[in-house]
Ligand binder design. Structure first.
Ligand SMILES: Nc1nc2c(ncn2[C@@H]2O[C@H](COP(=O)(O)OP(=O)(O)OP(=O)(O)O)[C@@H](O)[C@H]2O)c(=O)[nH]1
Ligand SMILES: [Mg+2]
Length: 385
């Protein structure tokens, strides 16, 4: 009966499905079936005869049109498996969002490079504007992004691909009072974190430790380009924040002048710069017991040592109940202390850094060089080489 075969069909919803076969003579009547149900001509179905050709067309397919189709001529039949795939791998869905956040409508189509049209309340969005951006990624992913969504952006958004049309709702909610009342900086940070799902912050802690009157506070003041005339003995710990930022890429340290206010990094800057905080510890032995609590491995240490000091005879009275034979022994005492307390820290990423040196890094800073006579200094340098 049939002189041609119809191959299994695969199409994407919204597209036309066209089945055609040829019969032996032009007076053969054929009937079309989907599973057991006969198909008749209607708005969406076209059945045509052209001499030996017998044709069935479904104008606009849906996923529900998938199944086994049959074309029958008398007792002879031919089976045609048909699969109609969903237009979207990822469909368009309704969105509820807080004002000021970015709204993103995103779909992934089964077909590559299809022509997609976006509509807002029935009106086509023909091109990207500053706040409303249309884009196509990798040929299949199509997005409509509304930056800093406003309450007035609420409404019906639709996407049209050929005859296929899908409408979704955008519901923009007012910003809660608690967020409105935040500082500009905090609100910006909150919105950025809410938009991206993450936020990155870099913090560096520099701990300045050493014996009483070693010159810790003076060193910090000098680093900050500040005067040292009015320096008094530190009581507990003095923390200086937001006066120094470190460029993450270049590693360059930027200090702000004492006359400048502490600098708060903007949200964008905080991903490029680390806020460096200096912890200036008091050197009196009475504070040592509490200092341990603050010694963290996630820090850089500046161990300040007055190199003009006579460690053999003087340190014993001022420091803890320990005598030192040399400045080297005194420095070892501090290094042991720092590394001993810090290795207990569960947040320590590693005990040694890339150079194999113990973490945290300790930089020894010698003060009081001006108190040593030139001749002694030469001798001193030779002896400690
Ligand atoms: N000659 C000289 N004096 C210094 C030097 N560094 C600091 N001083 C003096 O030493 C004294 C103590 O300095 P600070 O910076 O307060 O010492 P500190 O280590 O912070 O002392 P505490 O806070 O009590 O632990 C001050 O009078 C400073 O002027 C230095 O390199 N040479
Ligand atoms: Mg001090």
């Amino acid at each position: 009966m049939f002189t041609s075969k119809i191959e299994p069909q695969l199409c994407i919803e919204g597209n036309k499905l066209h089945l055609a076969c040829a019969v032996y003579t032009d007076n053969i009547e054929v009937k079309w079936y989907k599973e057991n149900e006969q198909l008749h001509k209607c708005e969406n179905i076209l059945i045509r005869i052209e001499k030996y050709q017998r044709m069935l067309t479904i104008e606009k397919t849906t996923v529900a049109d998938s199944g086994n189709y049959y074309v029958k001529a008398g007792k002879v039949e031919m089976r045609i498996p048909v699969t109609v795939k969903d237009m979207f791998r990822r469909p368009l869905v309704d969105v509820t969002i807080m004002e000021s956040l970015d709204t993103k409508f995103e779909i992934e189509t089964e077909e590559e490079n299809v022509h997609v049209q976006w509509f807002y309340n029935g009106k086509e969005i023909t091109e990207s504007t500053e706040r409303r951006q249309i884009s196509r990624l990798q040929g299949r992913v199509h997005t409509l992004t509304i930056l800093q969504t406003r309450l007035t952006d609420s409404g019906k958004y639709s996407i049209k691909i050929r005859a296929y049309n899908k409408v979704v709702e955008l519901n923009v909610k007012e910003m809660p009072e608690t967020i409105k009342n935040m500082s500009v900086y905090d609100r910006e940070a909150f919105l950025k974190a809410a938009n991206t799902g993450t936020t990155t912050r870099y913090n560096v802690r520099v701990m300045i430790v050493g014996k009483q009157s070693a010159g810790k506070t003076c060193l910090l003041r000098r680093l900050m380009n500040e005067e040292i005339d009015d320096v008094i003995s530190t009581d507990g710990i003095n923390i200086e924040r937001r006066k120094c930022h470190i460029d993450i890429k270049t590693g360059v340290w930027h200090f702000y002048k004492s006359s400048q206010k502490p600098q708060v990094l903007s949200v964008d800057q905080s991903e490029k710069f680390a806020d460096c905080a200096f912890w200036d510890f008091a050197g009196q032995k009475e504070f040592y017991a509490t200092h341990q609590t603050f010694l963290s491995a996630n820090a850089v240490y500046l161990l300040v040592v007055d190199i003009s000091e006579d460690f053999k005879s003087k340190t014993y009275e001022n420091m803890i109940e320990k005598e030192f034979d040399s400045i080297g022994e005194y420095i070892d005492f501090w290094l042991d202390n720092i590394h001993c307390y810090c290795t207990d820290d569960k947040n320590t990423p590693m005990q040694c850094n890339e150079d194999g040196n113990l973490n945290p890094p300790v930089i020894i800073v010698g003060t009081g060089i001006d108190k040593i006579h030139r001749v002694c200094l030469r001798y001193y340098c030779k002896a400690n080489r």
